[in-house]
Design a protein around this ligand. Structure first.
Ligand code: UD1
Ligand code: CA
Length: 460
């Protein structure tokens, strides 16, 4: 099999974004534009991925990580010039080169595969992915001859009034025979309005040499939408989110209002789960079956079991077991692990803590750096005092223990199993198993206090 490399152009600044960040690192659905392109070409099954980087190149490299070949383009002299920088980095066995733009994030791996198939079937030396659009402004136009053969791609700025009316546009995605591409790149000249080396000129050259060049129009023109400014970024985001929502709904997830449900690409959700409006599910969040999530819930990198109910909650890097009830108004911070059947209620914050099966923290509580056993009841207003201004300390509570309301648990602290803590206690030392800890002033009764106040007032 002929080996195929993908060359992704990602060196441009993206002037029209008016951003300090390189354009290809702007995100849609929580994923950098260029990462979308990388993931899709990998899904299409290429053997090598080469990224041409320049503006913000170090940042791009850091975002994408190892496992790819990086080619530097120090000066951005055009798309043709960018591809020239990649050629020396291609593996020697590579025979076909797919070229893509790092700013075209909606392109599907399947479409790239189809382009490769067409290229092979036609035994072509060049193929370009195109689209018919209602508003072709800004894009390069596909010029065909009387026999419908592609002869040229002309940039908007270089086009004649006649050519400007052409509705078939260049997507910026191509497939080339490597040897022919190498030869054509050597001939490129920057003789155009922008004084750049245009990759598009390669197509014209190949045509002139009598080599087979094909244009393959995509079915859905939305796929080849290029992102040049923030309005296009938002438009692409909407298209992409709609795709995600459609996929999830068709797989058995109910979205009460897809328009106000924001789900990142990698998120997984089990069947018969219902997502209520204004819910944001980010990163690697994974939700089981038969859950009720939202409204107004924001989960990042959080795992949720089956049969869980979460309302008005923010969670980050938390793990929630089966049949838990969370919220309304809970805040689960990184390192929170809730085993099956745990209940976390309103105005409860939990951080770096494990709550074993069936434990309850129903209201107004802060739990930090704690290990809480099974079937523990934590009363309203309980605070683990885990921080002394310098260091953090752990609180350990045994199975079946009852913590009375408004208790301060000053860590480090161990409370044994089946113990009781009287409401309003401030605990500074350990509590043995099965005992009751009372750590507060005893109540005093001062009789006739009201009467005495009154006579005092009369005297003054
Ligand atoms: C390009 C095509 C145009 C096509 C459009 C599709 C050319 C000459 N024009 O135009 O026909 O309709 O894409 O979106 O190819 N880049 C580099 N180095 C450079 C210049 C660009 O890496 O020196 C990268 C950019 O970062 C970007 C991609 O190449 O990811 C496309 O460049 P851009 O300037 O956006 O090209 P368009 O004007 O959109
Ligand atoms: Ca572009």
């Amino acid at each position: 099999m002929a080996k195929t490399a993908a060359v992704i152009l990602a060196a441009g600044k993206g002037t029209r974004m008016h951003s300090r960040r390189p354009k290809v690192l702007h995100a849609i659905a929580g994923k950098a534009l260029v990462q979308h392109v990388v993931d899709e070409v990998q899904a299409a099954g290429v053997d090598q991925v080469v990224l041409v980087i320049g503006h913000g190149g170090e940042e791009v490299k850091k975002t994408l990580g190892d496992g790819f070949t990086y080619a530097w383009q120090k000066e951005q002299l055009g798309t043709g010039h960018a591809v020239m920088q990649a050629m020396a980095h291609l593996d020697p066995e590579v025979e076909r080169v797919v070229v893509l733009s790092g700013d075209v994030p909606l392109l599907r791996g399947d479409t790239v595969k189809q382009l490769l198939d067409r290229f092979a079937q036609a035994q072509a030396k060049g193929a370009v992915l195109t689209a018919y659009v209602d508003d072709p402004s800004g894009y390069g136009r596909i010029v065909r001859d009387a026999g419908n053969k592609v002869v040229q791609i002309v940039e908007h700025r270089d086009a004649s009034p006649d050519q400007l009316t052409i509705r078939e546009i260049n997507s910026g995605t191509y497939c080339f025979d490597k040897t022919v591409l190498e030869e054509a790149l050597r001939e490129l000249k920057p003789d155009n309005v922008q004084g750049e080396y245009y990759l598009t000129d390669v197509i014209q050259q190949m045509g002139r040499r009598g080599l087979t060049v094909i244009a393959f129009p995509v079915e859905d023109p939305l796929e080849i939408m290029g992102i040049n400014n923030r309005a296009q970024l938002a438009a692409a985001e909407a298209v992409f989110r709609d795709r995600i929502n459609q996929r999830l709904m068709l797989s058995g997830v109910t979205l009460i209002d897809p328009q106000t449900t924001y789900i990142d690409a990698q998120v997984r959700i089990g069947s018969d789960t219902i997502i209520y409006p204004f819910t944001i599910l980010r990163g690697n969040t994974c939700i089981g079956q038969d859950c009720l999530v939202g409204p107004n819930t924001d989960l990042t990198d959080t795992t949720v079991g089956n049969g869980v109910r979460i309302r008005q909650t923010v969670a980050e890097e938390a793990e929630i077991g089966n049949n838990c009830t969370i919220g309304p108004f809970s805040y689960l911070r990184p390192g929170t692990v809730l085993r099956d059947g745990v209940k976390v209620g309103d105005f409860v914050e939990i951080k770096n803590s494990v709550l074993e099966e069936g434990s309850k923290v129903p209201h107004l509580t802060y739990i930090g750096d704690a290990l809480i056993g099974k079937s523990v009841n934590v009363g309203a207003g309980t605070i683990t005092c885990n921080y002394d201004g310098k260091n953090k300390y752990q609180t350990i509570i045994g199975d079946g223990t009852f913590i009375g309301s408004n208790s301060n648990l000053v860590a480090p602290l161990k409370i044994g199993a089946n113990a009781y803590v009287a409401a309003g206690s401030t605990l500074t030392s350990d509590v043995p198993e099965g005992s009751l800890a009372v750590a507060r002033e005893r109540q005093r009764i001062i009789p006739d206090w009201g009467k005495r106040q009154k006579t005092q007032k009369e005297r003054t």
